[in-house]
Ligand binder design. Structure first.
Ligand SMILES: [Zn+2]
Length: 441
């Protein structure tokens, strides 16, 4: 692939920003197996290592594709840190990322809430600040594009990387961490407590990404699809670790393999529970659930089993619940792909908006990827599964009558993980079903 690399130096106010452009190329269509296209650019002559004070501030792309919601786009830094820029965003008719930039404080808001053609600066689906980790920026950078559905093609016209001072101005960490316990606080105002996570669904994601598909729909026949976003509004991270003990059923096996029943082997997980005592942090490992390798297109990483459960209910007389679609348990990779901030009010749970101002220990934890060994959600972080992700749906029964129903999403339905408040684990919202039973039966 041919590459044209230009270096631009801007020198306003004696602080410089450096922009590196590169040409892209064709994006390979999905044909049964995921093939990720890699677009490379060599960065030279950046004088400083990347940090919160100088680092990668912006990534811009220009893509034409017949269906951009087929695409998962990531950036891979020279040290191997990999961050999602955008993953299956845009509706079915969206064909362009036109001069789309990704920045931690993107003025146009979150890309998953954005609209085609996505012109402007958006907050990416992952966290760019994970790249500003002390690494040397000089080396090969890659844009990775995976087309996750068959039938539509396109190309990346160009992309650019920008390095500058104060690259991620929205981070407002409390400073609380395992190595800096002096900055950590207990919810009851003391300095002697268990720092538990508290998981809750962020309602605005599900409210803005929910769609019913008719039975004659070609791609999603008779499905109710919706997003689910889980935030940690507690005082410690939810953190799980694999112990490298793998099982097919009760049978111990060597590593992540395909079991005789065709499923991947399960790894037992422990949850790391943090405690604060007299300005010291200690932790204990408690038995929790399991994870496994998820080989579905767009995933190809490790998922925690039965992380959420979806149900469709009908409220009958006297508020009795009648289950229409029996619970579907879905596994997730746990990681921070967004943070509760004061700019939007996305982190709203039962009327309360959570930000760095009211979350103690904001930023405690750091979970950037979906590897088998260690996953989690930081304090003030959230994990989004968009409505077009695999598994984000309920199959509506064939004879379902049109009408008003209740969608229920429950986090950790098997109650395998410790947290401070289980009462906010089940989220429900009304949903009007209108496309089924078109003959009026
Ligand atoms: Zn996944």
């Amino acid at each position: 692939m041919k590459l044209f690399v230009f270096l631009f130096f801007f020198l306003p106010f004696c602080s410089f920003s450096q922009v590196i452009f590169s040409q892209g190329g064709a994006i390979t269509d999905f044909n049964g197996i995921v093939r990720t296209d890699t677009f490379r650019v060599q960065v030279n002559n950046v004088k400083e290592n990347l940090s919160p004070t100088f680092g990668l501030s912006k990534v811009c792309i220009n893509i034409y594709h017949e269906k951009i919601s087929d695409l998962k786009i990531e950036i891979l830094a020279p040290d191997g840190t990999r961050v999602w820029l955008t993953n299956r965003n845009g509706d079915e008719s969206a064909t362009l990322y036109f001069n789309t930039c990704f920045a931690s404080n993107g003025f146009s808001g979150f890309v998953h809430q954005g609209k085609y053609p996505f012109t402007g600066e958006y907050i990416p689906d992952g966290r760019l600040e994970f790249i500003n980790n002390g690494q040397n920026p000089n080396g090969e950078w890659k844009i990775l594009i995976a087309d996750l559905r068959e039938g539509n093609t396109g190309s990346l016209n160009y992309f650019s990387l920008q390095f500058e001072k104060d690259p991620n101005p929205n981070s407002a960490q409390s400073g609380c961490s395992e190595t800096n316990p002096a900055a950590c606080k207990c919810p009851d105002g003391t300095f002697d407590c268990v720092l538990l996570p508290d998981l809750a669904i962020l309602e605005r994601f599900t409210q803005s990404q929910i769609k019913e598909y008719a039975f004659d729909d070609k791609e999603y026949p008779g499905q109710l699809r919706f997003a689910a976003t889980i935030a940690n509004i507690g005082s410690g991270p939810i953190e799980v670790s694999g112990n490298n003990q793998w099982f097919c059923g009760d049978q111990k096996v060597e590593g992540s393999i395909v079991c005789p029943n065709g499923e991947y082997s399960r790894q037992k997980l422990t949850q790391k529970v943090y405690e604060l005592h007299n300005q010291k942090i200690t932790s204990t490992l408690v038995e929790a659930g399991s994870n496994y390798y998820d080989s579905k297109p767009g995933h190809n990483h490790f998922h925690v089993d039965s992380w959420v459960e979806f149900r469709l209910l009908k409220k009958t007389f006297f508020n009795k619940r009648k289950i229409i679609c029996e619970g579907t348990k879905v596994s997730y990779c746990l990681f921070d792909n967004g943070i509760c901030n004061g700019v939007d009010s996305l982190c709203k749970v039962q009327g309360q908006v959570y930000t760095s101002q009211n979350l103690l220990n904001y930023g405690f934890g750091s979970f950037a990827d979906c590897k088998s060994g260690n996953q989690g959600i930081s304090v003030g972080g959230y994990d989004t599964y968009g409505m077009l992700y695999e598994g984000q749906y309920l199959d509506l029964p064939k004879n379902l009558k049109n009408g008003v129903y209740t969608l229920e999403i429950e986090i950790d339905p098997e109650k395998k993980y410790k947290e401070s408040n289980r009462k906010n684990n089940t989220y429900s919202q009304e949903v009007t079903i209108s496309k089924q039973n078109r003959n009026g039966h």
